[in-house]
Design a protein around this ligand. Structure first.
Ligand SMILES: [Fe+2]
Length: 230
């Protein structure tokens, strides 16, 4: 993706999020220079927990059809997870645009509640896993949605209206997109490691490579290793 495109998506997404009365934390608006200065001193947690802007086209170069906007607001750590106590949780705010697919994937560790926070309808396509982890094309899927168990055929579509949510457990294959408008999505989950815990059905990347045609408005999480190196 071009950096100018990423910058424009940040501006549009910020406006969309604010239109629902949701405001992101102050570090969202730090410039790359301020982020670098602060993460060298008082804000190491942003780097360590990989908080912040995350815009991906899954490396395929067609963001409008295949892509996702995410901002990680909080994230615990792997040590606490191993210990079984402490900061075991994470939170993201995301946007699935109308007809913009987040491709079929599952997680090994992370359980996630996906919440429609407003806008259009959020559509999720769901499958179980086979014993070897691959997509189970046959068995019915059962998921918990706001106190109700919903049963779907393999590959069935779950439609979430604003206010509704679903709990996806490790092994639940899922793809999702917006219908009838762009959707503001909340995610509340187990500690999150996007470098290791996304298994995609198709061979696909999790992050974009960036063509630097202008200066970044804000850094993406995937920029941190390169831009914030000491
Ligand atoms: Fe997921």
């Amino acid at each position: 993706m071009k950096r100018s495109e990423v910058n424009e998506i940040i501006r549009e997404s910020d406006k969309f999020i604010r239109s629902f009365g949701y405001v992101m934390p102050p570090f969202a608006y730090w410039s790359p220079e301020e982020l670098k200065a602060r993460t060298a001193s008082d804000s190491k947690a942003i780097l360590q927990a990989r908080l912040g802007w995350d815009i991906t086209d899954y490396g395929q170069g067609k963001f409008d059809e295949l892509g996702l906007f995410l901002f990680t607001t909080r994230n615990g750590n792997q040590e606490d997870l191993k210990k079984g106590g402490g900061m075991l949780y994470a939170e993201k705010i995301m946007i699935s645009r109308e007809k913009q697919l987040s491709p079929m994937h599952r997680h090994i560790v992370k359980a996630e509640d996906i919440i429609n926070r407003g806008g259009g309808t959020l559509v999720l396509e769901l499958f179980n896993s086979n014993v070897d982890g691959s997509v189970d094309e046959k068995t019915d899927v059962e998921v918990a949605t706001d106190g109700r168990i919903v049963k779907l055929k393999a590959g069935g579509l779950l439609k979430l209206q604003p206010g509704e949510s679903v709990t996806l457990l490790p092994g639940n294959w899922h793809a999702f997109w917006g219908e009838g408008g762009d959707v503001l999505i909340g995610e509340v989950s187990t500690v999150n490691d996007d470098l290791t815990d996304n298994i995609f059905r198709e061979p696909i990347g999790r992050f974009s490579s960036i063509d630097e045609d202008e200066a970044p408005l804000h850094l993406l999480v995937s920029d941190y290793d390169k831009w914030l190196a000491a």
